[in-house]
Design a protein around this ligand. Structure first.
Ligand SMILES: [Ca+2]
Ligand SMILES: [Ca+2]
Length: 92
């Protein structure tokens, strides 16, 4: 299993290296433009972060489980920003 720290690190690298700012990343991964990152969109983000595909669905579930504050099973912008803040803190 990939460690949480390693997963956070890879997502952080993807977002900081491929995008100018978190807004750009959010808009890029919100493929259907509904203003939320749903599970399938998160899975894409996880795959783009080069995390083992075998774990992508599990990782998406864990992210939603831990960070989806209003429990609608998708990330809005506010939750996404908090998630980023957390992963930056935990990888420092
Ligand atoms: Ca979406
Ligand atoms: Ca939510």
């Amino acid at each position: 299993m990939v460690s949480k720290k390693e997963i956070f690190r890879k997502i952080r690298i993807l977002i900081t290296q491929s995008f100018n700012n978190p807004t750009e990343a959010f808009e890029f991964f919100d493929k259907n433009g509904d203003g939320f990152l749903g599970k399938s969109e998160l899975i894409q983000l996880i795959k783009d972060a080069k995390i083992n595909r075998f774990f992508s669905s599990t990782v998406a579930d864990k992210m939603i489980e831990g960070l989806d504050e209003d429990q609608n099973e998708k990330f809005d912008w506010k939750e996404f920003k908090k998630a980023l803040k957390k992963l930056i803190e935990e990888t420092d």
